[in-house]
Design a protein around this ligand. Structure first.
Ligand code: ADP
Ligand code: MG
Length: 736
C-alpha cells in the first residue's frame, strides 16, 4: 500500500537508480509522482481498420504483422514493418532502430498509433509509430488474449496521457504511464482528503482520489479542449489544492505576525514636525497616502509587515526616510538594507543630505570598511549611538547587535525571491531574542530574555506585479502602492537603433552634455560571461574616453571595482565631475542622479524587460526631458524585438510587467531560478489568478475555523498537510 509520503524508490518498478533520475525532476515521493501531470493528451480512442485510414490523420490501428526487416542506408539503419488486414496493408518505419530487428513475428497482433502518411508510391505509412504487441493469433487462445489486452491497453483505445520524459529519454512517456498507473492502483484507498468538505463544496471540487485518477487517465467523454487547457474538474481540483496550501501557510504566518508584540510608536506633533521639516519637496498624493498607511501600522502595537510597491522613480526612498523619523523620534534605531553596496552608499549620501540636518546619527556599514572601522561602527550600533544604520542585507542581517531596533526597511526586494524574504523575516525575529538580527535559530525560547518587541518591517520593491497577484503571492504582507510619479517629469523618450547609427547617438550625447546634462552608457553584464562583458565595458570606456569624447570626463563603474573606487566614481558622477558614466548593470537599482538625461544601452536586445525598465528608471528623474537609446547589433531574436518594441512603446512599469510575464512565464518572471517563489507543480499563477484568489479566501476561512461548516478535525488535518508540504517543498518548517 502506498502513502502519499512514500519515497518513490519503494514504488514497484522504480528502485534506487531510477529514483535518482526522478529526484532530478523534483520527484521524491509518491505525492510528487502523482503531481507529475501529462503535458498533453492524445486522443487514441476508436481504433481504425487499415482500410479506413486516410493520409494526414493521427490514428490508432489494430493490425497483424506481415513481415519485417532491417535495411541499412548510408546514414542509418531503418527498420521496416508491414502490417495488414485482409488485402489492405500499412507500412511502418523506424529510423536508427536496429534494436527492433527481432521484436516482431508474422501473425502477431499490434496496436499502432501515429500520423498516417502516403509514401512516393501512394502507399500508406506511419513513421515511428507508438506500438504495442497485443498477442499472437497463431497461438492457442491468442486471438482472445489479444482482444483482452487491447481493451486493457494503456496505449490505445483511450485518451492517452503524454508525459515529459526524464533522464535523457531513459524514462519515456510510456514508462511514466505504467508507473503512475500502478502507483494510482496501489494508493491507500482511505487517503483522507486534506481539503475540508465545506471548502470543496464552495468550489464544487472533486475529491482528491478522483482528481488524481482523472487528471492522469481522463474518461472517454472528457472534453479534449478542457484537457489540453487544464480546465477539467480534475485539473481544477489539483490546481486549487496546490494554491490552497500555500495560501494557508501565508495566512497563518500573517496571523502569527500580527499576534506578536510589536512597538506602538507615538505620532505626536513633535514627530509630525520633524517629518515635515526634512521634506525637500511636496510629497505626491500617493506618497502621502502611503505614509499614512505606514504610520497607522507603526502606531498599532502589532508589528508592521508591509510591502511598498512603486515603479522606479516613484519616490519610495523619501517615504522610507519619513518612516525612519517616526522610529528615531520615538527613541528607536532603524536599519535600512540595500541589495548592493552601491545602492547602500547612495542611500547613505541621500540620508545624510536629508536627515543629518535634523541631527540624526547615520552610519554606513559595508563589507569593504576596514576591520577597525567596522568594529567601531558595530559598537556605535550596539550602544545606540547610531540611529540610522544603512548597509547591505548580508551585513546587517548576520552580525550586528542593536541597542533597540525599531524598524527594518528592506529596499529593492525584487532582487530577492519570496523564499529568501520569508527566511529574512524569520531572521528578523532575532530582534526579539537579543536585539540581534541574525540568531533566531540559535537562541532557544527558554534562553530568551524578557520578551522584546518585534521591530516593524517595511519591504520596498519596484517590481510592478499586478495587484491581485501581489496580494496573493505576498499574502503574509500588507500592501501599499505608490501609483503616481512625482510631478514635472516628462516621460523618457525611447528609441531602438541599430549599431551603425552609433555616431549620431554619440553626437546627441555630446549635445546633451553641452547643455549641462550627464549620460550613462550601459553594458549589461550577462551572467555566464561576466569576464568578457566586463572587458567589453572596459574597452568601451577606453574608446569613449580616448576616441569619442576626448574632451569630456568619462568614468567607469562595475561590480568588481573595490568599494573605495566605486564610492569615488559615484560621488564624482553625482557632483557632475564625471559627465559620462560607462557602467554595467550595477547601476540597475537605486542610483539616483537627476541631472543624467541620456542612457545608451548597448546590446539592449539581449536583456530582460524588467531589467531594461529598471535601467531606464535611472533617467527621467528631473524636470529635463530624458532619452533612452537601445542599441542593437547583428541579428535580433524575435523575442528581443518584442522587448525593444515594448520599451519604445511604453514607460508604464505595470504594462511592461504584464508583457514580461507573458513572454517569460511566471517561473522566470519571479525568478524561481534564484530560489524565488515556490515553483508550482500544476498551477500557473497567471492562468489561475481566480483560483488563487479563491484559495486565499478559503484559506482565511479555514484558519478562522473550526465553525459550523468545518470541523476541528478538518482544520487540524489541513494544517498538518500544509506544514508537511511547506517543510518538504519549501524547506520552511517554522510556519505555525
Ligand atoms: P524609487 O521609488 O525608484 O526608489 P526614489 O526614491 O529614488 O525612487 O526617487 C526618485 C527621485 O524622485 C529622487 O530624485 C527623489 O528625490 C525624487 N522625488 C521623490 N519624491 C518626490 C516628490 N514628491 N517631488 C519631487 N521629487 C521627488
Ligand atoms: Mg529606490
Amino acid at each position: 500500500m502506498l502513502e502519499a509520503s512514500t519515497p518513490v524508490q519503494y514504488v514497484k518498478g522504480i528502485g534506487p537508480r531510477l529514483a535518482e533520475i526522478l529526484a532530478a525532476k523534483g520527484i521524491a515521493t509518491v505525492d510528487d509522482l502523482l503531481h507529475y501531470l501529462p503535458f498533453r493528451y492524445e486522443d487514441r480512442l476508436n481504433p481504425r481498420s487499415v482500410a479506413e485510414l486516410r493520409a494526414g490523420e493521427m490514428a490508432t490501428v489494430i493490425a497483424e504483422v506481415r513481415n519485417s526487416g532491417l535495411f541499412r542506408t548510408r546514414r542509418m539503419p531503418i527498420f521496416q514493418l508491414t502490417v495488414g488486414q485482409g488485402r489492405n496493408k500499412l507500412k511502418c518505419l523506424w529510423f536508427n532502430a536496429a534494436y527492433l530487428e527481432d521484436r516482431f513475428k508474422a501473425g502477431q497482433m499490434l496496436a499502432l498509433y501515429g500520423k498516417v502518411e502516403e509514401d512516393r508510391d501512394g502507399q500508406l505509412q506511419i513513421m515511428q509509430p507508438q506500438v504495442e504487441i497485443l498477442g499472437d493469433i497463431n497461438e492457442e487462445g491468442g486471438a482472445d488474449e489479444a482482444e483482452k489486452k487491447a481493451a486493457a491497453s494503456l496505449e490505445i483505445g483511450r485518451i492517452v496521457p503524454i508525459y515529459e520524459s526524464a533522464g535523457q529519454g531513459k524514462l519515456t512517456p510510456r514508462w511514466f504511464r505504467r508507473i503512475i498507473r500502478r502507483t494510482l492502483e496501489n494508493l491507500n484507498p482511505d487517503l483522507p482528503d486534506p481539503i475540508p468538505a465545506a471548502v470543496r463544496a464552495h468550489l464544487s471540487l472533486v475529491p482528491v482520489r478522483e482528481a488524481l485518477w482523472k487528471a492522469h487517465w481522463p474518461e472517454a467523454g472528457e472534453s479534449f479542449t478542457d484537457l489540453q487547457s487544464s480546465r477539467t474538474p480534475a485539473h481544477i481540483r489539483m490546481i486549487f489544492d496546490e494554491l490552497f496550501f500555500i495560501e494557508l501557510g501565508l495566512e497563518l504566518k500573517r496571523r502569527e505576525q500580527k499576534a506578536q508584540t510589536g512597538i506602538a510608536f507615538q505620532l505626536n506633533d513633535a514627530v509630525r514636525q520633524a517629518i515635515k521639516k526634512i521634506l525637500p519637496f511636496h510629497p505626491t498624493t500617493a506618497q502621502k497616502r502611503v505614509l499614512k498607511e505606514i504610520a497607522t501600522d507603526m502606531q498599532t502595537p502589532s508589528p508592521m509587515r508591509r510591502l511598498l510597491q512603486g515603479d522606479v522613480g516613484s519616490g519610495k526612498t523619501i517615504v522610507a526616510f519619513q518612516a525612519a523619523i517616526i522610529a528615531i523620534e520615538n527613541g528607536y534605531q532603524v536599519a535600512l538594507m540595500a541589495p548592493t553596496e552601491i545602492l547602500a552608499q547612495q542611500h547613505y549620501f541621500s540620508a545624510r543630505q536629508i536627515l543629518e540636518r535634523a541631527g540624526y546619527r547615520i552610519v554606513l556599514l559595508t563589507g569593504s570598511l576596514e576591520q577597525d572601522r567596522k568594529r567601531d561602527v558595530r559598537r556605535h550600533i550596539a550602544q545606540g549611538n547610531a540611529q540610522l544604520i544603512i548597509g547591505t542585507h548580508a551585513l546587517i542581517q548576520d552580525k550586528v547587535e542593536f541597542e533597540n531596533l525599531g524598524l527594518v526597511v528592506v529596499d529593492e526586494q525584487h532582487r530577492f525571491g519570496v523564499m529568501q524574504r520569508l527566511k529574512l523575516m524569520r531572521k528578523e525575529g532575532a530582534a526579539t531574542a537579543r536585539n540581534h538580527v541574525g540568531t533566531y535559530a540559535l537562541v532557544r525560547p527558554s534562553e530568551r530574555p524578557s520578551p522584546m518587541p518585534e521591530p516593524d518591517v517595511l519591504v520596498m520593491t519596484a517590481t510592478p506585479i499586478p495587484r491581485t497577484l501581489a496580494l496573493t503571492l505576498y499574502g503574509d504582507l500588507d500592501l501599499s502602492v505608490l501609483d503616481e510619479l512625482p510631478p514635472g517629469r516628462t516621460p523618457v523618450v525611447t528609441r531602438a537603433l541599430p549599431d551603425e547609427r552609433a555616431p549620431e547617438v554619440w553626437d546627441f550625447v555630446r549635445r546633451q552634455i553641452a547643455a549641462g546634462h550627464q549620460a550613462y552608457v550601459v553594458y549589461p553584464v550577462i551572467e555566464e560571461n561576466e569576464e568578457r562583458e566586463l572587458k567589453a565595458a572596459e574597452q568601451m570606456h577606453r574608446q569613449l574616453r580616448e576616441k569619442i569624447f576626448p574632451s569630456l570626463h568619462v568614468g567607469l563603474l562595475h561590480g568588481r571595482l573595490d568599494a573605495g573606487e566605486k564610492e569615488r566614481v559615484m560621488r564624482e558622477f553625482q557632483q557632475g565631475k564625471i559627465e559620462i558614466l560607462v557602467a554595467t548593470t550595477v547601476i540597475e537599482v537605486g542610483v539616483d542622479v537627476s541631472n543624467a538625461t541620456v542612457m545608451v544601452i548597448e546590446h539592449a536586445d539581449r536583456f530582460g524587460l524588467a531589467q531594461l525598465h529598471q535601467l531606464r528608471g535611472r533617467i527621467g528623474r528631473g524636470a529635463a526631458k530624458s532619452y533612452c537609446v537601445l542599441m542593437r547589433g547583428g541579428k535580433v531574436s524575435e523575442e528581443g524585438e518584442r522587448r525593444l518594441d515594448a520599451m519604445v512603446r511604453t514607460n508604464d512599469g505595470f504594462q511592461i510587467a504584464e508583457l514580461d510575464l507573458e513572454l517569460r512565464g511566471p517561473g522566470e518572471f519571479f525568478g524561481t531560478k534564484q530560489a524565488g517563489i515556490p515553483s508550482f507543480r500544476v498551477a500557473n499563477i497567471i492562468r489561475d489568478r481566480q483560483l488563487l484568489e479563491a484559495a486565499k479566501r478559503e484559506a482565511a476561512l479555514v484558519i478562522s475555523g473550526p465553525n459550523a461548516e468545518i470541523s476541528k478535525e478538518e482544520v487540524d488535518r489541513a494544517l498538518r498537510e500544509m506544514r508537511s508540504r511547506w517543510a518538504l517543498t519549501y524547506g520552511l518548517v517554522e510556519v505555525g
